[in-house]
Design a protein around this ligand. Structure first.
Ligand code: SF4
Length: 211
């Protein structure tokens, strides 16, 4: 049987246009939701923007919009759609902090499964977050990389997770652990060391679970 190449080509073009339009629509609704803090069609936006993440960022650049808007939308929508479940999870809650938040003179030892064991010396904000973790019943992990997320999930089996990371990683990491209620906080200053996060926002998210 002869393959109808012309027909296949038309179907391909039609599907490409459809995907492009749907991604554009998801971007528009997502940007509106992000700006107004009103979440509309969260599942559609999450599905489209994760599936067409790179084309969505490319589209933003073509229209001279910062491409991190895509990550902002994904994080905002994921946070909003999982907030209720996150707040009502009362056990096995974890906070995952990137090791780059440590002070350059940090003396913490790195455990092969749990990551850096903070000594709470007070040289960086991690000490404050650990103290808040004790208060609100969160286990704090300071992790050197994504492979530690898998190890911690395997060993600790958390039921809720609050993650802190940079633009390059947060939206993707949240998607990977979205089988449990998850919240994300972006780093204020990223880089490879001495990074900063909004400590008040992190503590506030833990505090919300204490009601
Ligand atoms: S507070 Fe913890 S993580 Fe920060 S420098 Fe001290 S030991 Fe290291």
């Amino acid at each position: 049987m002869q393959i109808p190449y012309e027909y296949l080509g038309k179907v391909f073009v039609f599907l490409s246009i459809l995907a492009f339009c749907a991604t554009g629509l998801a971007l528009l609704i997502g940007a509106y939701s992000f700006k107004k803090h009103r979440i509309i069609f969260p599942n559609f936006i999450l599905f489209m923007l994760y599936l067409f993440y790179s084309p969505a960022r490319w589209t933003c650049r073509r229209f001279r919009i910062r491409d991190t808007l895509v990550d902002d939308i994904l994080i905002e929508i994921r946070n909003a759609s999982m907030l209720e479940r996150f707040i009502h999870t009362k056990e096995r809650r974890v906070v995952l902090l990137p090791q780059c938040m440590r002070h350059p003179e940090c003396k913490a030892r790195c455990d092969p499964v749990h990551g850096y064991e903070c000594k709470r010396c007070g040289k960086c904000d991690i000490a404050k977050i650990c103290e808040a973790g004790d208060r609100y019943n969160f286990e704090i992990f300071v992790i050197p990389g994504g492979s530690f997320v898998k190890k911690i999930f395997k060993e600790y089996r958390p039921k809720a997770c609050l993650g802190v990371a940079c633009y390059n990683e947060l939206a993707e990491d949240m998607q990977e652990v979205a089988f449990i209620p998850v919240q994300g906080v972006l780093l204020l200053k990223d880089g490879c060391f001495n990074t900063e996060a909004n400590v008040e926002e992190i503590i506030q998210k833990m505090e919300m679970c204490d009601v």
